[in-house]
Design a protein around this ligand. Structure first.
Ligand code: KIV
Ligand code: ZN
Length: 555
């Protein structure tokens, strides 16, 4: 990076609007929405959607409540043209939905675009040409007059062909592309020239779209540009002022919200912000931002997970885990203090005493959009033994005896400390398995049988001791007592079993039982062991061996 970026970059000039009104306004209602998923979103995909994917997404957009949908660039390719024709000929467009198509100011393209709309009930023809100084100079090498001429000729070519769309209710839309990088006075001049051709009226308005094609500055400047245009353009009441923001500085949502305050009537964007570079405006976020203020967004996102699933499947894009509202982790709390506050907030909400949603850390009720609140408990080196036990229990059904928690807690904490990070339940389980279940040295079980006569149990165990086969036999009032005697008979220092617990492991966990056993040596030392087996008797034998192995390892 440059030490002095001012040698290469410069601030974007402010709009002169000392009496700007938008900062004092609040949002009160939803704008008209237009989805550009099938056009701006689609054109930015590595593999653009095929016709059946476009159809599925179109139907989903309709289901969400979009009344204006930009379906493509019919003059750009046969696929785009055919898609438009299929929508119209197969009568897939509900009566109240406007089919919007985009076209450049070129006569042949306009001709083909109009052709693609024949038979549509409601159609928006969206004409655009770029107006910013950089586009004028670098891309087109044209003067302001020549750029204005392109817009006017385009508007005339559209007007001349409207008679081909008899029976279609047509609305016209013009975009001075790169509006936000254009001098406001020039953008107004071009837009007014187009208005002179199309002659919109308050009864038959045209859409003036104000693209933030590339975000070049802070959202307040875009709001000033929008307010300036709304206040200075002629015949404002004959216009539907529309916003079309992108997200290059990550403020597409903010720019749109401020643009709405600045007087816009309509918003274009895509689901989850898919679009060129950093994306288009994310309509879901703006709509749910309105919802969380108590404003009906007029779009239905009650099943956001299903919407996200179709979106990801048809676009091949992934919604980042922290994406507002839709991200996998948005309603997940990791921090203990957040979890505590949320628990209290949800409990308070459940009493029904509260009129308005006010649960700390949850901006809206996840249930309203078909989602669920989730807690993630993790352990770090500062977590107590309770945290370790909770995770093993809640995630794997491993219900450690209290005293064993006291033994395993510090072992786990030491390992977490060594790793220098938090660990998940799965990692804790592996630690537990390594420490207790997977110990096979010096003792390893090869086979164990018992027979019982007159209340006396006799056991025979085939073992490996440091890999060497050993046979053990003993008698007692139960299999474990017989095993302990058998070890004494082998000459091992005496030990006794002082605690024993067992339980089934949760389904899927090796469909097995787990036994926990604490042994006490004659010198007073105690050790826990654990064993897992589909046979509960074998699980407890393994637990004894685990405790013995651990005691010998720690000598
Ligand atoms: O970003 C843009 O400027 C566009 C226009 C064609 C509206 O997509
Ligand atoms: Zn765009």
């Amino acid at each position: 990076m440059l030490k002095d970026p001012s040698t290469k970059y410069r601030p974007f000039p402010a709009v002169r609007l000392p009496d700007r009104q938008w900062p004092n306004r609040t949002l009160t209602h939803a704008p008209m929405w237009c989805s550009v998923d099938l056009r701006d979103g689609n054109q930015a995909l590595a593999i653009p959607m095929n016709v059946s994917q476009k159809l599925e997404l179109f139907q989903l957009l309709v289901k969400c409540g979009f009344k204006e949908i930009e379906v493509g660039f019919p003059s750009a390719s046969n696929t785009e043209f055919t898609f438009n024709r299929r929508l119209i000929e197969e009568q897939r467009v509900p009566e109240d939905v406007w089919l919007q198509v985009l076209v450049q100011a070129r006569e042949d393209l306009i001709e083909r675009t109009v052709e693609s709309l024949v038979g549509a009930k409601k159609a928006i023809i969206h004409l655009y040409n770029s107006t910013s100084p950089a586009q004028r100079r670098i891309v087109f090498g044209m003067s302001r007059e020549e750029i204005l001429g392109i817009a006017v000729r385009g508007a005339q070519w559209v007007r001349e062909r409207l008679s081909q769309l008899k029976g279609t209710e047509v609305r016209l839309q013009y975009s001075p592309e790169s509006f936000s990088a254009t001098e406001v006075e020039f953008a107004k001049e071009v837009a007014e020239a187009v208005m002179d051709v199309w002659k919109p009226t308050p009864q038959h308005k045209m859409i003036l779209n104000l693209p933030d094609t590339v975000e070049v500055t802070t959202p307040n400047v875009y709001a000033d540009q929008v307010e300036w245009t709304c206040r200075n353009i002629k015949n404002r009441d004959s216009l539907i002022v529309s916003l079309h923001t992108h997200n290059d500085r990550a403020t597409g949502v903010a720019a749109t919200e401020l643009g709405m305050l600045a007087g816009a009537d309509r918003v274009e964007g895509t689901l989850f912000g898919n679009g060129e570079r950093t994306g288009n405006l994310d309509i879901v976020t703006v709509a749910l931002n309105l919802y969380m203020q108590g404003i009906d967004p007029k779009l239905d996102f009650s099943d956001l997970n299903a919407l996200a699933e179709v979106y990801e499947r048809s676009t091949g894009m992934r919604i980042p885990p922290r994406h507002p509202y839709a991200g996998e982790l948005v309603f997940t709390a990791f921090s203990g203090s957040h979890q505590d506050a949320i628990k209290k907030g949800l409990a308070e909400w459940a009493t029904g005493r509260q009129k308005y949603w006010e649960v700390p850390y949850l901006t809206i009720d996840p249930a309203d959009i078909g989602r669920q609140y989730r807690e993630v408990i993790r352990v770090n080196s500062q977590s107590g033994k309770g945290g370790v036990a909770y995770l093993l229990e809640s995630e794997y059904g491993i219900d450690l005896p209290k005293e064993m928690q006291r033994e395993f807690g510090p072992i786990a904490n030491e390992e977490v400390d060594r790793l220098g990070r938090e660990v998940t339940g799965a990692e804790l389980k592996s630690m537990f398995w390594r420490e207790y279940i997977e110990r096979t040295s010096p003792w390893q079980l090869q086979g164990f049988e018992t027979e019982s006569r007159n209340g006396v149990v006799r056991c025979r165990a085939r073992l490996l001791r440091e890999g060497e086969p050993v046979e053990l036999s003993g008698e007692g009032n139960g299999p474990l007592a017989a095993l302990v005697r058998g070890f004494s008979a082998l000459g091992l220092p005496r030990f006794e079993i002082v605690s024993y617990r067992e339980h089934a492991l949760s389904a899927g966990e090796e469909a097995a039982a787990i036994a926990y056993i604490q042994i006490k040596h004659s010198d007073g030392r105690t050790h826990w062991g654990a064993g897992v087996d589909t046979n509960i008797e074998l699980a407890s034998v393994r637990a004894v061996l685990s405790a013995l192995n651990r005691s010998q390892a720690s000598k």
